[in-house]
Design a protein around this ligand. Structure first.
Ligand code: ADP
Ligand code: MG
Length: 308
């Protein structure tokens, strides 16, 4: 294709909300064999909300929720935001003036010390001199927290319905579990089917647990799933698909996804995603619509392939 053709394609892309940063990636897109999708915020809406919270001790529900919210208050993770919104709602009933900004002023949260975010796991801190952990099953297992059969069954139930279970321990006792749902984007299944029809294999990669990942993948129609992937692992997965010379696209939105976006032959960032992801990508999907993954491939095929 001539430079003019690339310019025209870039313009057509821009008009459709696909920002193309350079002709090389656009040229590679016509030969894409695998499209690897991040789950949270890419296939899903990224609007996680707490559906249920269950306390497994004598603790009052209000105290439980305030504890969890206090621990999550310093986290930027979407799950943390969902937990805070839920606890805030419980605390203030439906006071709409209860916002992140007002949390500090109203002083409803407990004082926290020794906070640390544990990537791919959750958060840890101290409240009242006691350790509190909020995160997934692996976090509890690694920290030596006992998970009863009752708790395990509850978490499994959540995961089988494509939800994520957030486990909470206080003073090293598992005190409760929250269930978080994040619905699929409306167009997700249609896009997956469309890619398959084009001869492109969709793959899903996520830091979330295997059971939830499989449930989401099944819902959206993806056969190849990689779960419980640590942040550094996503780029490794991209490289493993490239080993036989296959052209690989990665679609993601998070800070976690940026090494994988950079490693891919075509990095596609969701426009609503984090700045780091957008910087690492070759394409930016400004409309946050997954149909634009297909638009981008079609545009490349139209611009570059000799056979139409
Ligand atoms: P991804 O964005 O690919 O789903 P992450 O690496 O961000 O994965 O997180 C993986 C898992 O770690 C989450 O599904 C959750 O179980 C746990 N996790 C991470 N951060 C938090 C947090 N702040 N609160 C609760 N759980 C968390
Ligand atoms: Mg994500």
């Amino acid at each position: 294709a001539t430079p003019t053709a690339v310019m025209v394609a870039t313009g057509v892309g821009a008009n459709n909300g696909v920002l193309i940063k350079g002709g090389d990636a656009l040229e590679r897109a016509q030969m894409v064999k695998y499209v690897i999708f991040d789950k949270t915020g890419t296939l899903t809406q990224g609007k996680a909300s707490v559906t249920t919270a269950k306390v497994f001790t004598e603790m009052q529900r209000g105290e439980f929720l305030t504890l969890v919210a206090s621990a999550e208050a310093s986290s930027e993770h979407p799950l943390a935001k969902a937990v805070l919104a839920y606890a805030r709602h419980f605390h203030f009933f439906d006071d709409s003036s209860a916002t992140t900004e007002n949390d500090a002023k109203s002083g409803w949260l407990f004082d926290v010390s020794d906070f640390s975010a544990l990537p791919g796991r959750g958060v840890q801190c101290s409240i009242d001199g006691r350790r509190i952990l909020v995160g997934n099953r692996n976090l509890m297992v690694e920290s030596g927290i006992d998970i009863s059969t009752e708790v395990e069954n509850f978490v499994v139930e959540l995961e089988q319905t494509a939800q994520t279970g957030i486990l909470v321990s206080y003073d090293d006792i598992l005190i409760g579990v929250l269930g978080v749902a994040d619905p699929l984007k409306r167009e997700a299944s249609v896009v997956i089917e469309g890619l398959q029809k084009m001869g492109v294999t969709p793959v899903m990669v996520t830091g979330d647990n295997w059971r939830t990942a499989r449930a989401v993948a099944k819902e959206v129609g993806i056969q190849d799933v990689r779960a419980e992937v640590m942040p550094a692992g996503k780029a490794e997965i991209v490289r493993s698909f490239q080993k036989d010379g296959s052209i690989v696209a990665m679609v993601g939105d998070g800070i976690n996804d940026s090494p994988a976006l950079a490693a891919a032959d075509i990095g596609m960032a969701i426009g609503a995603g984090t700045d780091v992801a957008i910087e690492a990508a070759n394409f930016v999907l400004m409309r946050n619509n997954l149909e634009d993954v297909i638009t981008a491939i079609h545009l490349s095929r139209k611009t570059f392939s000799r056979i139409r």
